[in-house]
Design a binder for this molecule. Structure first.
Ligand code: NDP
Length: 456
């Protein structure tokens, strides 16, 4: 029998890698994890956590504006970006220590440095070689800059989170999660914001009605929308940046953020040495047990480019450890994963879009309502929320739920439980609402329109 230094060597101490390490160690495996940057990975260090703290900061900006309608007189308010970043850094450092403690308590050996696979069961970190029975690739993804002249003048969300000073004028390129979220952050902090997106609608892959709704909501919040607008080039001039749009328009800003997608971190990992295939996007294809094309090498999280969300990576890491070290084989479950975009207002959904539901189930009933939320009556904010349910015409089962509203993320979590439990429209109808709330619309929707694959 082979003897290795470790039963499991994990590359990357982000959400997926840390969960897999801890669970595997809990089953008695000898585990090491290598991390080249900071423990916690994208979510903790430069993603979900710091982004959400910045979102909270910006919500006060919107709330200050809204407060006047409720009788508040706020004489002077200003925002100190550097104080926010300092407070955010302190919290992130605290969480990083929590991760370190969790790994330590679980008996996982942490190695700081960039790991490369050098042989079938061999990984090297800082010129030290380790052997392992299994290798788990959990290296995540990194932001990608578009290939345009002046791309090097653009920053990514990573840079924004570490910036010492806030810009007054910002152009955000892209129309996905990060673009929508950072546009809201800067807008709430009182900055002038342009969203420049090459497509006609934001959030590709989301329900079409949702995409239209969030586009008009972000515009109503004061963000300057430039849709169907490709960026031709970026140039630095007299301390500012010029963003050249395909339409001929030139935006003059203090910061250009590229939120144009992320790429799996596989370059230079040595995957080819152990026969691990990589697809055209640079992602590692895996089966439902997160197994790569090489027997003892597994991969979880964003590096596999399945559903790139923290809870999914954690689930994949946990299922891997159960399967390989816990004698409890279980495939990953990617059905009905709820998700939210922390734009302002937020977008959240679980299940299928209308088009997907039609394609998969033929005939569906669509229930939706868009209305002015109560809070907007006194605040005077030009704001509408959207609540939408899609039910299977044959079984009455709810196939998809979508919402664009403040706190949409908090609302969708409970709806996701209902979908996972197989709730029908009749179950929703039998549930009483919480009044007055936006969420109650999910149980009071009554009039349906019928949709079929041919219409969508
Ligand atoms: P997304 O894939 O969500 O969005 C990328 C955007 O950039 C799209 O609008 C895309 O347009 C556009 N784009 C891509 N390439 C170019 C280009 N060359 N020029 C101009 N525009 C371009 O990526 P993000 O980086 O925003 O987020 C990455 C992933 O991380 C998300 O998909 C999500 O899985 C995860 N994430 C989750 C969050 C959450 O849960 N709240 C928050 C942030 C990220 P087009 O649509 O036309 O392709």
């Amino acid at each position: 029998m082979n003897t290795y230094d470790f039963d499991l060597f994990v590359i990357g101490a982000g959400s997926g890698g840390v969960r897999a390490s801890r669970i595997a160690a809990g089953y008695g495996a000898k585990v090491a994890v290598a991390e080249e940057y900071r423990l916690g990975g994208t979510c903790v260090i430069r993603g979900c956590v710091p982004k959400k703290l910045l979102m909270y900061a910006s919500q006060f900006g919107f709330a200050l504006e809204d407060s006047k309608g409720f009788g508040w007189r706020v004489s002077e308010a200003s925002h100190q970006w550097e104080n926010l970043i300092r407070a955010k850094d302190t919290e992130v450092a605290r969480l990083e220590r929590v991760y370190e403690e969790l790994l330590g308590k679980a008996g996982v050996e942490v190695t700081k440095g960039r790991a490369t696979i050098v042989g079938a069961h061999e990984v090297r970190v800082n010129d030290v070689s380790y052997t392992a029975g299994h290798i788990l690739v959990a290296t995540g993804a990194r932001p990608e800059l578009p290939e345009i002249p002046g791309a090097d003048l653009m920053v990514t969300s990573n840079d924004v989170l570490a910036m010492e000073r806030a810009p007054e004028r910002v152009a955000i390129v892209g129309g996905g999660y990060i673009a929508c979220e950072f546009a809201g952050i800067f807008k709430g902090l009182g900055k002038k914001v342009w969203m420049v997106h090459r497509g006609s609608k934001l959030l590709r892959g989301f329900d079409e009605q949702v995409r239209e709704h969030i586009g008009s909501e972000l515009a109503a919040s004061g963000i300057q929308m430039r849709l169907d607008s490709a960026v031709a080039a970026v140039e630095r001039k007299h301390g500012a940046y010029l963003v050249y749009l395909g339409s001929g328009e030139i935006l003059e800003v203090d910061l250009v953020v590229a939120a144009t997608g992320r790429k799996p971190n596989t370059v230079g990992l040595g995957l080819e040495r152990v026969g691990v295939q990589v697809d055209g996007q640079g992602a590692v294809p895996v089966d439902s047990y997160s197994r790569t094309s090489s027997d003892h090498v597994y991969a979880v999280g964003d590096v596999t480019n399945r559903i790139n969300l923290t809870p999914v990576a954690i689930h994949e890491g946990h299922a891997f450890a159960d399967s390989v070290f816990g004698a409890k084989p279980r495939p990953t479950d990617h059905e009905d994963v709820p998700f939210a975009v922390f734009s302002q207002p937020q977008v959240a959904a679980v299940g299928l879009t209308e088009a997907e539901a039609c394609a998969k189930h033929g005939a569906v009933r669509v229930y939706s309502t868009a209305f002015r939320p109560m809070r907007a009556t006194l605040s005077g904010r030009n704001e509408r929320v959207l609540v939408k349910l899609i039910a299977d015409d044959k079984t009455d089962r709810i196939l998809g739920a979508h919402i664009v509203a403040p706190d949409a993320a908090e609302i969708i979590q409970g709806i996701a439980v209902a979908l996972k439990a197989g709730a029908t429209k009749a179950d929703f109808d039998a549930t009483l609402g919480v009044h007055p709330s936006v969420a109650e619309e999910f149980v009071t929707l009554r009039s349906a329109r019928h949709a079929t694959a041919s219409q969508s």
